[in-house]
Design a protein around this ligand. Structure first.
Ligand code: FAD
Ligand code: DHB
Length: 392
């Protein structure tokens, strides 16, 4: 089998890349280890930056997102029992975020690719990459128990945070920057009425809590927990009791409890692989970088990388230019490190850390939260990073 760009992984990065390449007349094949049903039903992120919404809309995959997504002009920071609104719309000259689940983005992209004749091989597990520093790299993959080969001009490693494509960058050239946090999130989907029109990021003595939404009837809620916690130690009653304790305040605001449809525990780390390219191999999205979820940046960074790579491959195939491809890693890393900083900063400000030095860190966090909620300059900094910087 042959194609111009061989793509490993049908997450947001791989699917969007394939879609953007198609629009420039460039052929690609996506190899995806899981089934279509599995990728279209895994619950993950939910916040799309203005940039991501614009990209999807401008390239013809934003129709359902515009119709069914919820555009939010602000977020709340809640601490000391009170909510403070950050008016992102006003602070950023009219920009906003849209709450629209990642698996809905996946559904829209898969449908668009398949309708356009795109080739996505589901349950095709890439096992090794070959000749990545030659003009004819290949991907070996296992499908229906057989090993097959995909020969290409370029390989895009869009295979997520446990990337195997990453291993094809020689160890001597690779730098790995990693930070593990002593924190995790317990995420739930609950069938309950919405309690807030906008997201509520809560700082509390007992730990962080986040109130997000999926629809007027389905809510997405997160609680800080310990990284080694098991789901078995979080029965439903304990989860609701913890939300009540962390969200309670003098204003009497509270979420509504309801049947819990899904529970997951997600660990937290920051990871950057440099460079994001080697020879004809390019890493895209979580394969190259992972952020803690507090800044809602993971999916948005994957989309930003896909756009940079699609433009660079377009310049190579259609205009004979190699410079944008050579600069791929450096171009992406500017945004990646900005998002890393923002995600680390939000995480540091909003969680209780087990190693807090007799409450010193807590006092700093409360001071920072008050500052962000009272200074226009500080609030603008949060807002422009949260909705997504146009240029980095
Ligand atoms: P992925 O979405 O991980 O896609 C990679 C794809 O590659 C997968 O479909 C995988 O099956 C496939 N693959 C892997 N290896 C192979 C192989 N060898 N062969 C073929 N296919 C392969 N971000 C937020 O901003 N907010 C959140 O709340 C949030 N929650 C998350 C919860 C969980 C449980 C996880 C895991 C991530 C979460 N994220 C969140 C991060 C966000 O979802 C990711 O940043 C985003 O999915 C990155 O997209 P991607 O396409 O780079 O990688
Ligand atoms: C959601 C996830 C996030 O990581 C975040 O910061 C905000 C919202 C969500 O799943 O809705």
């Amino acid at each position: 089998m042959r194609t111009q760009v061989g793509i490993v992984g049908a997450g947001p990065a791989g699917l969007l890349l394939s879609h953007l390449l198609h629009r420039q007349g460039i052929d690609s094949v996506i190899l995806e280890a899981r089934s279509r049903q599995a990728i279209e039903s895994t619950i993950r992120a939910g916040v799309l930056e203005q940039n991501t919404v614009d990209l999807l809309s401008e390239t013809g995959v934003g129709e359902r997102l515009q119709r069914e997504g919820f555009r939010h002009h602000g977020i709340f920071l809640r601490f000391n029992g009170r909510s403070h609104r950050i008016n992102m719309h006003e602070l950023t000259g009219g920009r906003a975020i849209t709450v629209y689940a990642q698996h809905e983005v996946i559904k829209d992209l898969v449908k668009t690719r398949l309708e356009a004749g795109g080739r996505i091989l589901f349950e095709a597990d890439a096992v090794s990459l070959h000749e990545v520093d030659t003009p004819r790299p290949t991907i070996r993959f296992r499908k229906d128990g057989q090993i097959e080969e995909l020969s290409c001009d370029f390989i895009a490693g869009c295979d997520g945070s446990h990337s195997m494509c990453r291993d094809s960058i020689p160890a001597g050239l690779l730098r790995v920057y990693e930070k593990i946090y002593p924190l995790a999130w317990l995420g739930i989907l609950a069938e309950a009425p919405r309690a807030s029109e906008e997201l509520v990021y809560t700082y509390h003595d007992r730990g962080f809590a986040l109130v997000s939404t999926r629809s007027p009837q389905i809510q997405r809620l997160y609680l800080q927990c310990a990284p080694n916690d098991q789901l078995s130690s979080w029965p439903d009653e304990r989860i609701w009791a913890e939300f009540h304790a962390r969200l309670a305040g003098e204003d009497g605001w509270m979420i509504h409890a309801g049947p819990i449809l899904e529970k997951v525990i997600v660990g937290m780390r920051s990871l950057v692989i440099e460079p994001m390219q080697h020879g004809r191999l390019f890493l895209v999205g979580d394969a190259a970088h992972v952020v803690p979820p507090t800044g809602a940046k993971g999916l948005n960074l994957a989309a930003a990388d896909a756009r940079v790579l699609a433009d660079a491959l377009g310049a190579w195939y259609n205009n004979g230019q190699s410079k944008p491809l050579e600069e791929y890693s450096a171009t992406c890393l500017r945004r990646v490190w900005r998002a890393q900083h923002f995600s680390w900063w939000m995480t540091s400000m909003l969680h209780r850390f087990p190693d807090d030095d007799h409450g010193f860190q807590q006092r700093l966090q409360l001071s920072q939260l008050s500052y962000v909620c009272s200074s226009r300059a500080a609030a603008t900094s949060l807002a422009e990073n949260y909705v997504g910087l146009e240029r980095v």
